[in-house]
Write a protein that binds this ligand. Structure first.
Ligand SMILES: *[C@@H]1O[C@H](CO)[C@@H](O)[C@H](O)[C@H]1NC(C)=O
Ligand SMILES: *[C@@H]1O[C@H](CO)[C@@H](O)[C@H](O)[C@H]1NC(C)=O
Ligand SMILES: *[C@@H]1O[C@H](CO)[C@@H](O)[C@H](O)[C@H]1NC(C)=O
Ligand SMILES: *[C@@H]1O[C@H](CO)[C@@H](O)[C@H](O)[C@H]1NC(C)=O
Length: 714
């Protein structure tokens, strides 16, 4: 064939591939005969509206005023957070590795930070070149690095993992969360969830180091133990981390009550306990660390410990009356930076604590009073932190954000909202929006054509298999058995814009708190949970006439059965139940046949653990669900509010085997569902709301003036 013809055919094929709507080219069946194809969508509490970027302020002199120039140092892409200036000989090695000639191109400094641009929190580096700092970061792909330098740009953003990817692992991407980077000699040290924990309800977080010379990665935390919030000592010799040790995670959602361990940055050896009860360490010198804990009097406070004294001298630094946490120790002066929450104030701010005068000096409240500021870091002349970028740059939140998927045939999306569900043909998504926290919306699979189909408080969505109806629970969520919540059918939810497509509603239930409707595949029945007898159990009713057309109680007992999902083949109803220990807060996943036989437990977590939000795959052979199997991945106080900071999305066979973790982050993920059409990120329109920075900080840090909070109960 003549090369023009070949080229023409190639172009034709490429064009066909590009225009094929929601192409399902990656037909894929797993070895056990399951069809693992389509699209998964899930929600993360608050995350869609964080829009974090890293900012810095000059530090000299130790005085701050309202006319300080705040500098944006990340590029407004995705969510950028947890910055750290890197120090030590590793910088030179890094530049060599990146082919940057530091004689001709002097480097001012290097900041490592975390960015979630492919859905997994990954390590990035900003390399600032000498000239008139400060400046706004500019993007540069690895292969355009030289051009970027030649263009006179003074900041390069690179994906650390991308540059130092382990050889031979390219076909098996490392899908894990990475956080809290720092440099130790010629290595980057950070926390990652890359190693699976066998026991359920144990955090996967552990400290790793990656050689900047060779890209070789090693685990520094012993197997079977979780470590969080690592920090490297100024000499680069030691790492301190917050660890729950052998005890594991007991379900704590505020203060994790971790202990501080020190070990060698080179190989994890010499591991020993330094401080009982402490988190978020930061080294001032090789013998002095600052850390936080919730004190006996209830105030979050910063403490100082001498690492090397045999008595492990521990001294409280910040006084009661102000919650102070996530310290960053100065290595050049008698002060530390902290985040605070002052009683009666609505925002979290960064402050300096002067160690000699024992006084707080306000920093960010003078510059950006009305936003939350997180996790300070310092150099000799600058102080950095992250906050929502608001109206600055990159201020759109896509309604569907792609997350890199562990399976090429299954696309994975975070929705700006909750309770997504797919229409039977997979082309439409119903969901509850984040913007008003109420109403039901429908959009096309590519994120376009968003329209409201129901007003007022609602939660849970499910599509009828035959009639273009969306079912929802109308009323407030998380309420008692007697609060009125109705199952409502929304007719013509699948049609757009013609006169005969007018939306109409029918209330199907008559009394009590009724929620989480899920229809049978023949379109005749709806299963839902109801609190009408004083306990939340499952019921089935007629799908068209509602209760009046027939009502049957499916489960019965003094406990809570909830979040039910009817399998597409009609055989099973999956649901979450606390019947193993009613009222404990622990939920396991059960199956029951619609005729009431075959009740059995499919998945559980240990006491007070959670397996919830089950949803069947289109072929009825797999389940996607939310669980706390992977514990927590970051100290909850270092991220905005999560009601329960441990939910991750998992997948399994319907017999509970072949567990697979799909998400890795510090947020509360939940309410997954599974649609039958695969959609690639390139098929999305990118539509969404503008960033409003309207997420909540930790509710449990909110105090009225003078109020002291003792122990917490959830
Ligand atoms: C680095 O740049 C300097 C100054 O331009 C030059 O003399 C030197 O040869 C360069 N080194 C390398 C390895 O290219
Ligand atoms: C403790 O002190 C010894 C001797 O001064 C020193 O070699 C070591 O690095 C110190 N250990 C830590 C954890 O700072
Ligand atoms: C109940 O339904 C299951 C699944 O469809 C079926 O196998 C079983 O025979 C039914 N039992 C009764 C008593 O109808
Ligand atoms: C579920 O509970 C059973 C019985 O209590 C136990 O044997 C099993 O290990 C548990 N599974 C998980 C994943 O916790």
């Amino acid at each position: 064939m003549d090369s023009y013809v070949i080229r023409f055919l190639l172009i034709l094929i490429i064009v066909l591939l590009r225009v094929a709507p929601f192409n399902s080219l990656y037909a894929f069946a797993s070895a056990d005969g399951r069809n693992l194809q389509g699209t998964l969508a899930f929600a993360s509490v608050g995350r869609a509206h964080y829009a974090f970027d890293i900012y810095t302020l000059p530090l000299q002199p130790l005085r701050f005023s309202t006319n300080l120039e705040e500098t944006l140092v990340t590029d407004g892409e995705s969510v950028n957070h947890n910055g750290q200036y890197l120090q030590g000989p590793g910088i030179q090695t890094l530049m060599h590795r990146l082919n940057i000639n530091t004689t001709s191109t002097p480097v001012e400094n290097v900041m490592a930070f975390v960015s979630e641009r492919d859905g997994f929190p990954e390590l990035y580096l900003n390399i600032y070149l000498k000239d008139n700092l400060p400046l706004l970061a500019e993007k540069a792909e690895e292969n355009s690095r030289r051009e970027a330098l030649e263009d006179g740009k003074r900041c390069l953003t690179i994906n650390f993992g991308g540059v130092f990817e382990e050889k031979g692992k390219k076909d098996m991407p490392d899908l894990s969360m990475k956080d809290r980077p720092s440099m130790a000699g010629n290595s980057m040290v950070y926390v990652s969830t890359r190693g699976q924990t066998k026991a359920s309800r144990k955090s996967w977080a552990a400290v790793y180091s990656t050689s900047i010379k060779t890209g070789r990665t090693r685990r520094l935390t012993p197997d079977g133990i979780a470590d969080l919030s690592p920090a490297v000592s100024p000499s680069g010799e030691w790492v301190m981390a917050a660890s729950a040790g052998e005890r594991g995670w007991q379900g704590e959602i505020r203060d994790l009550e971790t202990d501080l361990y020190v070990f060698r940055a080179s190989d994890g050896s010499g591991r020993r306990l330094v401080v009982k009860h402490g988190g978020w360490p930061s080294w001032a010198d090789d013998n002095t660390v600052f850390f936080h804990r919730q004190a006996e009097d209830g105030w979050w406070s910063v403490y100082r410990a001498s690492v090397n004294s045999s008595s492990a001298l521990v001294e409280r630094i910040t006084p009661p009356g102000i919650d102070a946490f996530t310290p960053a120790a100065s290595r050049t002066g008698p002060w530390i930076a902290v985040a605070t929450r002052r009683p009666g104030h609505d925002y979290r701010h960064i402050e300096i604590f002067d160690l000699l005068k024992k006084k707080f000096i306000q920093v960010t409240r003078l510059v950006s009073p009305n936003s939350h500021h997180y996790n300070p870091f310092v150099s000799s002349d600058r102080i950095g932190y992250h906050r929502c970028r608001g109206g600055h740059v990159g201020n759109r939140v896509p309604v569907l954000e792609q997350i890199r998927s562990p399976l090429p045939s299954l696309s994975l999306f975070r929705i700006d909202g909750s309770f997504p569900s797919f229409s039977p043909d997979g082309s439409l998504i119903a969901y509850i929006p984040n913007i008003e926290y109420s109403g039901v919306y429908v959009m096309r699979l590519d994120g376009s054509g968003r329209r409201k189909i129901f007003s007022g408080a609602a939660f849970g969505t499910a599509w009828d298999w035959k009639r273009g109806v969306v079912y929802t629970s109308a009323g407030p969520g998380f309420e008692t058995e007697t609060t009125t919540v109705d199952i409502v059918a929304i007719y013509n939810a699948d049609r757009e814009g013609t006169s005969e497509s007018e939306i109409s509603y029918k209330t199907l239930t008559k009394e009590g708190n009724n929620a989480f409707p899920s229809p049978s595949p023949d379109g005749k029945f709806v299963v839902f949970r109801s609190g009408r007898t004083g306990h939340k159990n499952l019921y089935i009713m007629d799908a068209e006439e509602g209760e009046e057309g027939g009502l049957w109680q499916l489960t019965e007992g003094p406990w809570t059965d909830t979040m039910c999902n009817w399998s597409p083949d009609g055989e099973w109803i999956a649901f979450a139940s606390d019947r193993d220990s009613p009222g404990s807060g622990g939920f396991a996943m059960y199956f029951i046949h619609p005729n009431g036989t075959g009740l059995h437990r499919v998945l559980n977590s240990s006491t007070a653990g959670r397996v919830n939000h089950p949803w069947f795959s289109p072929d009825s052979k797999s389940l996607v669900f939310t669980s706390d199997y992977a514990g927590v991945s970051a100290e909850p106080i270092s991220v905005p509010h999560q009601f329960q900071p441990y939910g991750e999305i998992f997948m399994a066979r319907v017999d509970g085997s072949e567990l697979q973790r799909l998400t890795h982050n510090a947020y509360e993920d939940g309410t997954p569902s599974w649609g039958r059409i695969f959609i690639a990120a390139s098929d999305l329109t990118g539509e969404g709301e503008s960033v409003k920075c309207d997420f909540d900080d930790d509710h449990w840090l909110q105090r009225m003036n003078g109020e002291s909070v003792g122990s917490v109960s959830c």
